[in-house]
Design a binder for this molecule. Structure first.
Ligand code: NAD
Ligand code: MG
Length: 296
């Protein structure tokens, strides 16, 4: 049987376009995607690389965050799951997978646009697990606005509150608990480097995430805390049918050098590596995972 570790042609390893037309309302549901994404539920095999760690993952119900939560648990970490209240049933599935891996889970619904929610999330994680070693800040929102004539202040406020402020709020709340060897991993995007015209609000937030990652890596270096990021290319997650029009979904991923989108499980290995001690000499870096498209 072929697994994600079997050498094979990566271009044909997972589905490519054309995809069936599909739209969802935000925040979306992995089970309404056709084909259903691979978050590693059946495919991710851990090697104990995060044994004994205590992790907090935002956006953990679906997409990249779901794949990271599953991978972290199978690598030996307890995992706190942050998600929006309407994503409860998807988050419960992830919690069950974390527990099936022999690790503790914590379910924490809440809107991260509110500072107090970020503080409560960190406190609940520390209370449940007795500490915090890994902060994977993956949640994000992606409204599309085609023209500057349609720009609205409220949209930019929303994007920055959801995508940027939690970097500061979560890290400040976590700071007293983070010991040398702790790791923060952020989620930028190819959009943060090569923006699409209709994603200006989102792209500026994703550029900001990569920039924050560099700044915070320097702030926290003297404490032995590493800060890195991942910049995904197109990935088959509910974010896309929730925010992008149908005609772009049908050809989704065709712009990548591989001609297909990534699956969430393909993003998990860099999030694991950056969180683990394997990455001891890596800090301030954002790793592009784009199916062959150059980013920097
Ligand atoms: P996704 O929709 O599965 O995950 C995004 C998650 O963010 C949601 O599940 C939700 O729980 C969370 N979220 C959104 N707004 C929130 C809020 N206000 N409070 C709390 N949680 C909130 O989609 P995904 O593609 O896995 O997205 C994960 C990250 O990957 C995002 O930061 C996104 O920008 C980034 N990304 C995605 C792609 C892609 O093509 N899918 C490409 C590059 C970067
Ligand atoms: Mg979701």
């Amino acid at each position: 049987m072929s697994t994600m570790y079997t050498p094979q042609d990566p271009i044909h390893q997972y589905p490519g376009p054309p995809f069936p037309p599909q739209q969802q309302s935000a925040p979306g549901d992995v089970h309404e995607m056709d084909p259903e994404p691979d978050h590693g539920e059946k495919s991710y095999v851990g090697f104990g690389r995060l044994a004994g760690r205590k992790a907090l993952v935002t956006g953990a119900d679906s997409g990249i965050g779901r794949a990271v939560a599953i991978a972290y648990a199978r690598e030996g970490a307890d995992v706190a799951l942050s998600y929006l209240p309407e994503e409860q049933s998807q988050a419960e599935e992830v919690a069950a997978l974390v527990e099936a891996a022999g690790q503790k889970s914590l379910l924490f619904p809440g809107d991260l646009q509110d500072e107090a929610t970020n503080q409560a999330l960190v406190q609940a994680t520390v209370d449940a697990f007795g500490g915090l070693d890994i902060l994977a800040i993956i949640a994000g929102t992606m409204p599309t606005v085609d023209s500057i004539d349609d720009f609205e202040t409220a949209t930019l406020d929303h994007v920055l509150k959801a995508n940027i402020y939690p970097l500061f709020w979560l890290t400040k709340a976590a700071s007293p608990h983070l010991k040398p060897g702790a790791s923060i991993v952020t989620c930028s995007s190819i959009q943060g480097f090569n923006p699409s015209p209709s994603l200006a609000e989102y792209a500026v937030s994703k550029a900001g995430i990569a920039n924050w990652t560099r700044a915070m890596a320097q702030q926290l270096a003297e404490r032995g805390i590493r800060v890195n990021g991942v910049a995904p290319g197109p990935v088959w997650t509910p974010l896309q049918p929730a925010f992008v029009p149908n005609e772009k979904i049908e050809s989704f991923g065709s712009e990548a050098a591989y001609g297909r989108p990534g699956q969430p499980v393909e993003l998990a290995p860099p999030f694991v590596m950056l969180a683990s001690q394997e990455a001891s000499y890596i800090s301030g870096e954002t790793i592009a995972v784009t199916g062959g498209t150059p980013v920097h």
